[in-house]
Design a protein around this ligand. Structure first.
Ligand code: PBG
Length: 324
């Protein structure tokens, strides 16, 4: 009987061998944990669609930050739930806004934790869009100035990295110029470079109450059908001065992660978004799959596709599992 000399199973014989030939690994330092900041103090209010996550007031966020650092996770990504919303998202760039306060509180409590801030208007506008609205149009260039003010206010509060997620054209360059002109030449920008108009943001929008009041985000976020366009978006952001580029969401876009990995030598982040997290949690709660194993498998898939950094609501759970 013919049999090939090579038997693939030889290297799967036991756990030590398997580990020796493992091509991809997950570590706590691969992760960034998103946090949702809310006004007040002593607030830790569970978010129903994101099990294990809560709206945190600044003092609670500082507590959380200590835990995050102890788990070996290097960074958090902050989102804000402001006291009030208006047409131009003033609370996003107010010097004493909820994010600006949280940055200060977290950096004071845990200086070694990297604080990344999401730069966008949608959590702060009453219409829920990521930019200034005229009629039903989202105005690109009018929005840039407000994004620059937002990014600058985060950095002045002490943030380490800004992450623009609005998908306006030219915002990375505009933010770079603003930061540089104010002496913040050392501050990196993590650009949501290829961000798709995705239904997987559902739980997040519920968490920050940012569902658009009219229309949708398809005039600024990308069409899920396109991948060459993602490469174009990445190229533009790199030319404008991005230090880290991001693909978002992650799991339905592994080919995009792979293609972007081939097209740039910058660090690549992938955002394992709220809906990806929620769907695994829901299936696990129903007993339909092993939640922990499915989560690790999904995350290693994202890493294998080429991501260096994974932004994930599972970061703490993963860090605990990896420590076992
Ligand atoms: C803000 C923003 C969104 C997310 C991150 N930044 C929502 C959106 O674009 O509608 C989604 C994150 C997630 O679903 O986990 N623009």
């Amino acid at each position: 009987m013919y049999f090939p000399k090579y038997r693939a199973r030889r290297l799967r014989e036991n756990a030590v061998l398997r580990q020796l030939v493992q091509e991809t690994t997950l570590a706590p330092h691969d992760f960034i944990l998103p946090l949702f900041i809310t006004p007040g103090s002593g607030v830790r209010q569970e978010i129903a669609s994101l099990p294990g996550h809560s709206h945190l007031s600044v003092d609670q966020a500082a507590e959380e930050a200590r835990e995050v650092v102890d788990l070996g996770i290097p960074a958090v990504l902050l989102f804000g739930l402001p006291e009030s919303k208006d047409a131009v998202g003033r609370a996003a760039y107010s010097p004493d806004g909820v994010i600006q306060q949280a940055v200060q509180g977290i950096k004071k409590a845990v200086p070694s934790l990297l604080v990344v801030t999401d730069v966008c208007l949608c959590e702060y506008t009453d219409h829920g869009h990521c930019g200034v609205v005229e009629g039903e149009r989202i105005m690109n260039d009018l929005t840039l100035d407000l994004l620059c003010r937002t990014a600058l206010s985060h950095i002045e509060a002490g943030a380490d990295i800004v992450a623009p997620s609005d998908m306006m054209d030219g915002r990375v360059g505009a933010i770079r110029d603003t930061l540089d002109s104010k002496g913040h030449t050392h501050v990196p920008i993590m650009a949501y470079a290829a961000k798709y108009a995705s239904s997987f943001y559902g739980p997040f929008r519920e968490a920050v109450d940012s569902t658009p009041q009219f229309g949708d985000r398809r005039s600024y976020q990308m069409d899920p059908a396109n991948v060459r366009e993602a490469l174009r978006e990445v190229r533009l952001d790199v030319e404008e001065g991005a230090d880290i580029v991001m693909v978002k969401p992650a799991l339905p876009y592994l080919d995009v992660i792979y293609r972007v990995r081939q097209s740039t030598d910058l660090p690549l982040a992938a955002y394992n978004v709220s809906g990806e997290f929620a769907m695994l949690k829901a299936a696990a709660q129903l007993g339909w799959l092993d939640g922990e194993q499915a989560m690790l498998e999904a995350l290693i898939g994202i890493k294998r596709a080429g991501a260096d950094i994974i932004i994930s609501y599972s970061a703490k759970e993963v860090a605990r599992l990896l420590a076992r």
